[in-house]
Design a protein. Structure first.
Length: 78
């Protein structure tokens, strides 16, 4: 943590990335099934999951762990 009264202007703060599996675990905990992790690089991790006969796309911010969900449509029936 930096003292805001300090004269140092250039300093590096290391922020650790969350593991991609954390998003999978969070989705399972709130009831999503058939979770596929399809992008575990970059600043946002992406997932596809099923819940209540619907397909959802989820993304998790790699540093904060904040998740966003977007409805993609109904699960296709065969």
């Amino acid at each position: 943590m930096r003292d805001h009264h300090s004269l140092r202007k250039n300093e590096v703060v290391k922020v650790s990335r969350k593991d991609c599996r954390l998003g999978d675990e969070n989705l399972r905990r709130i009831g999503y099934k058939h979770i596929v992790m399809f992008n575990c690089t970059g600043a946002k991790y992406k997932y596809i999951a099923h819940k209540d006969a619907a397909i959802w796309q989820a993304s998790m911010h790699a540093y904060s762990g904040t998740m966003q969900l977007r409805y993609m449509g109904p699960v296709p029936t065969h």
